[in-house]
Structures are given as C-alpha cells and as structure tokens.
Ligand binder design. Structure first.
Ligand SMILES: NC(=O)c1ccc[n+]([C@@H]2O[C@H](COP(=O)([O-])OP(=O)(O)OC[C@H]3O[C@@H](n4cnc5c(N)ncnc54)[C@H](OP(=O)(O)O)[C@@H]3O)[C@@H](O)[C@H]2O)c1
Length: 265
C-alpha cells in the first residue's frame, strides 16, 4: 500500500537548497507534516515561517552523531534524502577531507537514515524512502568522479532497497534529475549548457518525488528524453556515449561547473 501523504510525517534533508525547498512545498501541499533539515538555520526558519506544519531541524550530515540524533526516537513515514554536495572537479583537486565529506553527506547519511527509519516503517506496514541521485548516477564523466561515485552508489542502494522491501508495504524510489534550471547546485554554478541541452525545474523533481511515493516506482528520471536516453545507453555502451559527450563539449562544461561550485566543497 503506498504511503498516504496526508497527515504523514516526512523528513526532507537539504531542505534549504533549490530542489529541497520545492520538495518541502510539494509534500506540504499534499498534507504532510514536514521536518525540514539542513545546516542554515535562518533559511530553515524562513521556510517554517512561510508554511505551517513545517518543523525546522538543524543537522550537519557530515557528522555521524548529527545523523543519529536527527532520527532518534522520531516517527517518520517518508524520508526524502535530498542533501548533497556537488563534489565536482577532477579527483586530484580534492583534499582527503573533501572526499570524505562528499561520501558522508551524499551516500553515508542516506544509508544510515534509511537504516534507522525502515524498521519502524516495516512494523507499521507503510512508509517510503526517496533518494535523490542524479543522471550522474547512471552516466560517468571526467570532472565528476567523486560525485559519480556517490550518485552511482545511491542508485545501487535504492534499487536493492526497493527489492528488499517487496511485500512489506514500504517503498523505495530513486530519482535521477538531469540539469535543473532556476535554482539548485547547477543553476548556482552559473555554467552555460551547450545549445540544445534541455533542463527541468525543481518543481519537476518535487513532482517526481510525489509520483515515486504514490506509485512506488523504483526509479524515475527527471530530464529531457535525449539526456535520459543517453544515460540509459551509457549502461550498455559507456565508451561510445563518453566519446559522443566529449565531442558535444562535456569537458569544458565539467570544468565550468566545477569552477562555479568550488565554494560548495
Ligand atoms: N541542481 C541540479 O541540477 C541537480 C541535478 C541532479 C541531481 N541533483 C541532486 O539534487 C539534490 C538537491 O540539490 P540542489 O540542486 O538543491 O543543491 P543545493 O541547492 O546546493 O542544495 C544542497 C542542499 O544540501 C544541504 N547540505 C549540504 N551539505 C550539508 C551538510 N553537511 N549537512 C546537511 N545538509 C547539507 C544544503 O543545506 P545547508 O547548506 O543549509 O546545510 C542544501 O540544502 C542533490 O542530491 C543533488 O545531487 C541536483
């Protein structure tokens, strides 16, 4: 049975970000009580001031103790693990500490949050885990190795979890956004896409989250067909797709994105 959103409690990580805010609003519009978490207190308070039924909760997901404290003793019906660092740039440009922070926030925290919340959901026979990955979780490229590692990891985790939860009444969905315009880590980078590369909005991602919960879809892409198809083809012919991407300007684009996201390590 899909999780009923009206009256449920949803925990959204990365709630201060471009996509996180849209997800909080979409869940709230469906009648959920939302626990909105991130590090920036003022932005969380503003969100809670705008919307009733939103509880702000500050936590640093790179800190294992904060991850535990976030869910300790709480009933959560829906987890949306959305927080992430862009972790863009070539491997040698990262310090060891930056690599660890990206792994902790993007991959370790979602797994531990799910581990803490799933047993209660299974016991109640209803609930949903949503993981926000990226098309970078299906298609790897130079200048995104650390980000690719975390987002491919989420893909495997999310699909396996959906299988493990079969028959329990609890669902799991992994969402794969492409380039998102207007707000969020790509829009903030200021990088310009080659002509013809399409984008989607934060609201499109939020609606995919809702769809995933309503229909228990294991995976949902949020990207134009051309990009989503490229990512799927990568699974069969990675070198072919990489060659095409390079010819279309993937390397300078990756460099521009990494430059624009340098302050988010
Ligand atoms: N934007 C895109 O084009 C795009 C494309 C594909 C996938 N995605 C994925 O979509 C999700 C949301 O990204 P976005 O575009 O909304 O990015 P964003 O605007 O940069 O937001 C990132 C969020 O993560 C939180 N965060 C970062 N470090 C944290 C930490 N140590 N502890 C707790 N929270 C932390 C930030 O909150 P604080 O800074 O307040 O802590 C913020 O709320 C991510 O998983 C991202 O990988 C985005």
């Amino acid at each position: 049975m899909p999780a009923q959103l009206k009256g449920s409690t949803a925990l959204v990580t990365g709630a201060t970000g471009g996509i996180g805010q849209a997800i909080v609003r979409a869940l709230h519009a469906r009648g959920a009580n939302v626990i909105a978490t991130a590090r920036r207190t003022e932005m969380l308070d503003q969100l809670a001031g705008d919307l009733d039924r939103v509880e702000p909760l500050v936590a640093d997901l790179s800190d294992a103790a904060d991850v535990v404290a976030l869910v300790f003793g709480r009933r959560v019906d829906v987890l949306v693990a959305n927080a992430a660092l862009p972790a863009s740039g070539r491997l040698e440009s990262f310090s060891d500490e930056e690599i660890d922070r990206a792994l902790d926030v993007n991959l370790r925290a979602p797994i531990h949050l799910a581990r803490a919340l799933v047993p209660g959901m299974v016991e109640r026979g209803t609930g949903h885990i949503v993981l926000i990955s990226s098309l970078s979780g299906k298609m790897a490229s130079a200048g995104a190795s650390v980000y690719n590692a975390t987002k491919f990891g989420l893909r495997g985790f999310g699909f396996a979890l959906n299988e493990e939860l079969r028959g329990t009444g609890v669902g799991a969905t992994t969402v794969f956004p492409g380039f998102i315009r207007e707000a969020g880590m790509f829009a903030d980078s200021g990088a310009r896409l080659p002509r013809g590369v399409g984008t989607r909005t934060p609201e499109d991602v939020a609606q995919a989250v809702i769809r995933g919960i309503d229909r228990n879809r294991p995976e949902i892409d949020v990207a134009p067909l051309s990009l989503a198809s490229g990512a799927r083809l990568f699974g069969f012919a990675p070198r072919l797709v990489s060659g095409i991407n390079r010819r279309l300007g993937a390397d300078p684009l990756a460099e521009a994105i990494a430059k624009g996201q340098r302050d988010k390590r």
